[in-house]
Design a protein around this ligand. Structure first.
Ligand code: GUN
Length: 293
């Protein structure tokens, strides 16, 4: 069993991005600029956004953080989005989700100019991704594809099972794995809450991507010997022995599954750190006009 070290890989990629930013600066080019909008005080969202802004600093990007109270109206938020769409210095921006209940997330996602949608959530980018056109890939699937690529994991012709069909992880990763590309060309089964007998599928999988949001859902009996397991889950599990009262657990029963695996991602330190680097890579792509002219 070997670990896919997302923390280390994300640091390597950040160093590569920092080098590229240095070259851009030396040549008098534009410095990539990412903006983030954070509404309200959800503790997890605050941590994620802080991480994103800090990572921008690490690689030499410019960043702007716009913080708004829970009381912001949908119209006011849409105005901010419009301003960011029109701000020529901002290469890309994100609106951190979830948003307060009185704000329609779908409306917000649709209001973001696809050319600046570095989260890859806009249907235009999703559609372009599905058709193999240049697009911003959503952060988590992009991070997983980077891991598969950089660890030289053989994907072509393999049986992949994706657990979970969310718009931001399960569905896009199932599309990316089956695309005619490298990494890609896999045979993909997408399992979800209505799938009958999930273990029957996972036992045949060369690669499992678990993005179901249930702690320790994937148990050792569900995994074939020598499989590659990518664990996207970040679940809070009560743990009185911890100061915080909880610990983080993935969707995979790591302790018992890991010994059977060829490669596995830990939680934390696996997929999580890769999502921020994906966002940085998309912002750099936007700055260099690699997706849209
Ligand atoms: N909330 C959880 N993950 C994400 C993400 O990747 N982007 C945004 N904008 N919000 C999130």
């Amino acid at each position: 069993m070997n670990i896919i070290d997302g923390k280390l890989l994300s640091q390597t990629i950040k160093q590569e991005i920092a080098e590229e930013v240095k070259t851009l600066k030396a040549n008098g080019g534009k410095i990539p600029h990412l903006a983030a909008v954070l509404v309200g005080s959800d503790p997890a969202s605050k941590v994620y956004v802080r991480n994103k802004v800090q990572s921008c600093e690490e690689v030499g990007f410019e960043s702007t953080l716009i913080r708004k109270d829970d009381s912001i109206t949908e119209e006011e938020l849409l105005e901010i989005i419009q301003e960011l769409n029109e701000d020529e210095d901002v290469d890309g921006f994100i609106v951190q989700l979830p948003l307060p209940k009185h704000i329609n997330e779908e409306k917000v996602t649709l209001a973001i100019d696809p050319r600046k949608d570095v989260d890859g959530f806009h249907p235009t980018n999703f559609g372009r991704m599905a058709q193999g056109m240049p697009s911003y890939l959503p952060a988590t699937p992009f991070g997983i594809m980077q891991m598969l690529d950089r660890y030289n994991i053989d994907v072509e012709g393999k049986n992949c099972v994706v657990l979970g069909r969310s718009n931001i992880v399960g569905t896009p990763i199932s599309i990316l794995l089956s695309r005619k590309a490298s990494p890609g060309n896999a045979t993909v089964v997408l399992c979800h809450s209505r799938t009958k007998n999930i273990p029957e599928y996972t036992r045949q999988a060369d690669i499992i991507v678990a993005a179901i949001g249930r702690a320790n859902f994937v148990t050792a009996d569900m995994v074939k010997e020598g499989a590659v397991v990518i664990d996207v889950g970040i679940n809070r599990v009560e743990d009185a022995s911890r100061k915080r009262g909880y610990r983080l657990a993935g969707d995979v029963d790591y302790e018992n599954v890991a010994p059977k695996c060829k490669l596995i991602t830990p939680v934390p330190g696996g997929v999580g750190p890769m999502t921020v680097t994906s966002l940085l890579m998309n912002t750099l792509k936007s700055c260099k006009k690699e997706v849209y002219q």
